[in-house]
Design a protein around this ligand. Structure first.
Ligand code: PNS
Length: 165
C-alpha cells in the first residue's frame, strides 16, 4: 500500500521553508500530496492555478504531487487515502495554533495522524506573508524563496531584479 501524506496550506507563495518540509516529508512517505486550499474568501497574491504551477515546477516529482482541495482537510485526506497530514513548525509560536488544528482534525477523523516537521533553522523566520510584504516594499527575498517564485514576484509587482545576492 502506498504510504501517502497530505501537506496542506495556502502556499501564497511557496517558500524555501515549504520546500524544506516537502523534501523531509518525501523521505518519510512514498508520496506527499501538496494540497492547496481553495478559499475564495481569502485574498491571495497568486491564483490557485499559479500556485499549483509553481509548486509542480519547483517540487513536482514522482513522489511529490500537487493538488487543490476545499472543504474539510480530513475529508480530503480520507478521499485521497492518506494516512497523515504534514505541517511545518518554525517556532514555539506556531505550535499553539497547529496543536489546536491537529487535535480538531483528530477528533473529526481519528484515522488520520498529524505529523509536525521542523524546517531547517535557516528558514525559521520565513513566511509567505513576510515574503510578500518584503518583496512588495522593494526588499530582496533571495534565498528565502525558489528563483521561480522570485521571478513571479518581480513580474507581479513590477520590480527590477535585486542587486543583492
Ligand atoms: O498554510 P496555512 O494557510 O496556514 O494552511 C491552513 C490550512 C489550509 C491547513 C487550514 O486552514 C485547513 O486545513 N483548512 C481547511 C478547512 C478545515 O479543515 N478546517 C478545520 C481545520 S481544524
Amino acid at each position: 500500500m502506498t504510504r501517502r501524506a497530505i501537506y496542506p496550506g495556502s502556499f501564497d507563495p511557496l517558500t524555501n521553508g515549504h520546500l524544506d518540509i516537502i523534501e523531509r516529508g518525501s523521505r518519510l512517505f512514498d508520496e506527499v500530496v501538496v494540497a492547496i486550499l481553495v478559499n475564495p474568501a481569502k485574498q491571495s497574491m497568486f491564483t490557485v492555478e499559479e500556485r499549483c504551477e509553481i509548486i509542480a515546477e519547483v517540487a513536482g516529482s514522482d513522489r511529490v504531487r500537487v493538488d487543490t482541495f476545499h472543504g474539510l482537510l480530513v475529508h480530503y485526506a480520507v478521499a485521497r487515502q492518506a494516512t497523515a497530514i504534514i505541517r511545518g513548525i518554525r517556532a514555539v509560536s506556531d505550535y499553539e495554533y497547529e496543536l489546536q488544528m491537529a487535535l480538531m482534525n483528530r477528533r473529526l477523523e481519528p484515522r488520520v495522524e498529524t505529523l509536525f516537521l521542523m524546517s531547517s533553522d535557516a528558514y525559521s523566520y520565513v513566511s509567505s506573508r513576510l515574503v510578500k510584504e518584503v518583496a512588495s516594499l522593494g526588499g530582496s527575498v533571495t534565498g528565502m524563496v525558489p528563483p521561480l517564485v522570485e521571478e513571479r514576484l518581480r513580474a507581479r509587482l513590477g520590480t527590477p531584479p535585486s542587486t543583492k545576492d
